[in-house]
Design a protein around this ligand. Structure first.
Ligand code: BES
Ligand code: MN
Ligand code: ZN
Length: 504
């Protein structure tokens, strides 16, 4: 799919020659700017009660006389901000989707100011979101007519900003799509080995350095906690290290750590059967790291970013770790595993310790960590925990701006009491109450040398029910944050430098 901008000619919106025109009508008053046949359609529809200037209103018109676009969807929006744009596109694209349109134009009409770069970015994401179909293991999935080109109609003064927003949106959308594709794949396809292959592939296509540590490597390092989770499975564990070096060698990197449990049965503390299939999504954190690496590398951002993914299955077997077993983490601290279903923290703690070697500016781990977080925050906001005020503020702001919101949760010392053990430095679980917080407190014990944040995405990484599937969250939040840390791109060379032909 291709996105571009267009400044309409003398004939205005009516003269734009596309399969479908999505016209977003902004504001509480009929826009005076909308004249001609399109203006008449909407005025008549309002008069007849078929369209109103309020939320949820969509009007579809076919072959309007005097309008070049074959189909027109009118959608109302309260303003032209990113959120409104996302909703408008979601509502409007549905109509275009069924009609076999391969080129669509989107125009905003109404009270100024109209779109900005952020809204253009949101538009790209919304179009991709509305047209995404999972096919990897369902080739019979109904085919959606392929949208080849989406054109954003704007004023000459807006072209540069909106084109930049569209380009950012495309890099981001590719990252979101990669995360969804990985997470949607069933666990017999998406194994730790598959995740490692995806990382290698991404490395080749996007210029990342990728290294995959196997069981032996992890043993040598002393990742006893990670390996204790992996030991019950026939699938070999993989510890994936990805590096995007977009800034100078001496610039401290940001590190992302993604939970990569490709299937979580609970292990010996086995889960109930109902909805256990959804535990294929337990690598959603890993998927979001892959997706963010792709978005950041795709944008050629001038930032150093390391992605770490401890990947394994959590299975019960004769070799599986048992309740009461004590293991030694890479940090040297010992852990009494009271519940083998609290495995995410056991793989993340070794990855967090491993992150220290990069002397990072900040570390963010992303994990479908606790059912308790879903109880606390539902499916709208991810849980955010951090030992650093500034970092927490940055991530919250990135989430708001990217329409991928999070909510800060506490890390008071009082919660740490719950992790006391008579047989090791700590237990891996506390009581049920405050479960998302004790999980974060466990991780905090491995982050004393780091500026660290933890995102619990158990409620936001996938949807259940009829629309079951991965959301691609929080790729948008993470990418926005990482890109906010990037140095501005080098200005395009102006004079004809040696070896570089200047285009006419
Ligand atoms: N992957 C699960 C968390 C989860 C459960 C996410 C349901 C989304 C929906 C995690 O490994 C887990 O099993 N956590 C336990 C922790 C408990 C044993 C302390 C949980 O949340 O029940
Ligand atoms: Mn579990
Ligand atoms: Zn899990």
């Amino acid at each position: 799919m291709d996105f571009n901008t267009l400044v309409p000619g003398k004939t205005g919106l009516a003269g734009i020659d596309v399969d479908a025109l999505l016209l977003v009508v902004v504001g509480a008053k009929m826009p005076a700017t909308l004249e001609g046949p399109l203006g008449s359609v909407i005025a008549e529809a309002v008069a007849a009660g078929d369209f109103a200037l309020k939320a949820g209103q969509v009007l579809y018109a076919h072959r309007v006389a005097g309008v070049k676009a074959r189909r027109v969807s009118f959608v109302w929006a309260p303003d032209a901000g990113p959120k409104a744009m996302r909703r408008a596109v979601a509502a409007g694209v549905a109509l275009v989707k069924s009609g076999g349109a391969s080129q669509m134009a989107v125009a905003v009409t109404g009270a100024a100011p109209l779109m900005d770069a952020g809204a253009a970015e949101a538009l790209v994401l919304a179009v991709h979101d509305a047209t995404y179909v999972y096919r990897a293991t369902k080739p019979s999935a109904p085919s959606v007519p392929k949208l080849e080109r989406v054109t954003l109609v704007c004023n000459p003064a807006e072209v540069d900003a909106l084109a930049a927003g569209l380009a950012r949106g495309e890099a981001l959308a590719a990252g979101v799509a990669l995360a969804r594709e990985c997470a949607n794949r069933p666990a017999n396809h998406c194994t730790p080995t598959y995740l490692a292959e995806q990382a290698q592939k991404l490395g080749k296509s996007h210029g990342l350095k990728v290294e995959v540590l196997d069981r032996k490597d992890c043993e040598r390092l002393g990742m006893g906690s990670f390996l204790s989770v992996a030991q019950g499975s026939e699938q070999p564990p993989k510890f994936i290290v990805m590096r995007w070096m977009g800034a100078g060698k001496d610039v401290a990197p940001l590190v992302l750590v993604g939970k990569g449990i490709t299937f979580d049965t609970g292990g010996i503390s086995i889960k109930p059967a109902a909805e256990m299939d959804e535990m294929k999504f337990d690598m959603g954190g890993a998927a979001s790291v892959l997706g963010t690496m792709r978005a950041v590398a795709g944008a050629k951002a001038r930032v150093n970013l390391v992605g770490l993914i401890p990947a394994c299955e959590n299975m019960p077997s004769g070799r599986a770790v048992k309740p009461g077993d004590v293991v030694k983490s890479l940090s040297g601290q010992t852990i009494e595993i009271l519940n083998t279903d609290a495995e995410g923290r056991l793989i993340l703690c070794d990855a967090l310790t491993y992150a220290e070697r990069f002397k990072p500016a900040a570390v963010v781990d992303i994990a479908t960590l606790t059912g308790a977080c879903v109880i606390a925050l539902g499916h709208h906001r991810s849980g955010l925990f951090s030992n650093d005020e500034a970092l927490a503020g940055e991530l919250l702001a990135a989430g708001e701006a990217a329409l991928d919101p999070a909510w800060r949760m506490p890390l008071d010392d009082e919660y740490d009491e719950a992790l006391k053990s008579n047989f090791a430095d700590m237990a891996n679980v506390g009581p049920r109450a405050g479960g998302a917080i004790t999980a974060a407190m466990f991780l905090k014990r491995f982050t004393s040398k780091l500026r660290w944040a933890h995102l619990d995405i158990a409620g936001t990484a996938w949807r259940s029910g009829a629309n079951k599937g991965a959301t691609g969250r929080p790729v948008a939040l993470l990418s926005r944050w990482v890109l906010s840390k990037a140095a501005a791109p080098a200005p395009a060379a102006k004079s004809g430098r040696a070896g570089r032909a200047k285009k006419a």
